[in-house]
Design a protein around this ligand. Structure first.
Ligand code: CO
Length: 175
């Protein structure tokens, strides 16, 4: 199965909100499998459909490489039309994104969340997660709303990132 191309910042499609999934069909299943393959071939923990140019509201994750989360939370998990119904506490931790390779920055997120959605069979799913897993789910749901982690950091840090990004781009094109 061929890998999908992961869109990178500043691709404008990453800023578009996705649409509710209305049909859980073979096409969606195939896309989920392709995204799983793409995720495993990359260095990431989660991948939202808009990151591969698909504006359907779903994401996948697999926290198997992580020691921080309990076995039952590791995944792989598919969450379709996810909705956060409860948030609790907050924590600031380093975060990265496959669409902004090599960039890590501290982001404040709710510590514990309750989220509902559908699994890949279309069954209703309601889960409560904390720590890394809760952080990842909030990050992926942001992608479904066209929001990158850059919108979650201070304007000062964002400005630094953009300046550095433009400088690197200039360097790359002048070579
Ligand atoms: Co991301």
């Amino acid at each position: 199965m061929p890998l999908l191309e992961i869109l990178k910042y500043p691709e404008t499609r990453l800023s578009e909100p996705s649409l509710s999934v209305t049909e859980i069909d073979g096409d969606l299943q195939q896309q989920i499998d392709r995204m799983m393959g793409t995720l495993y071939a990359s260095d990431g923990l989660g991948l939202a459909a808009p990151q591969v140019g698909d504006l359907r509201a779903f994401f996948i994750y697999d926290l198997s490489p992580s020691e921080e989360v309990a076995q039952k939370e590791k995944g792989p998990v598919v969450l379709i039309n996810p909705e956060i119904i409860e948030m609790e506490g907050s924590k600031v931790e380093d975060e990265g994104c496959l669409s902004i390779p090599g960039y890590f920055e501290k982001v404040k997120r709710a510590y514990r969340i309750q989220v509902k959605g559908l699994d890949r069979e279309g069954k209703e799913l309601r889960i409560e997660r904390e720590g890394l897993c809760a952080r990842l789910i909030q990050h992926e749901i942001d992608h479904l709303n066209g929001v990158l982690m850059l919108s979650r950091i201070s304007s000062l840090k964002r400005g630094m990132f953009i300046r550095k990004f433009k400088k690197q781009k200039r360097k790359a094109t002048s070579k």
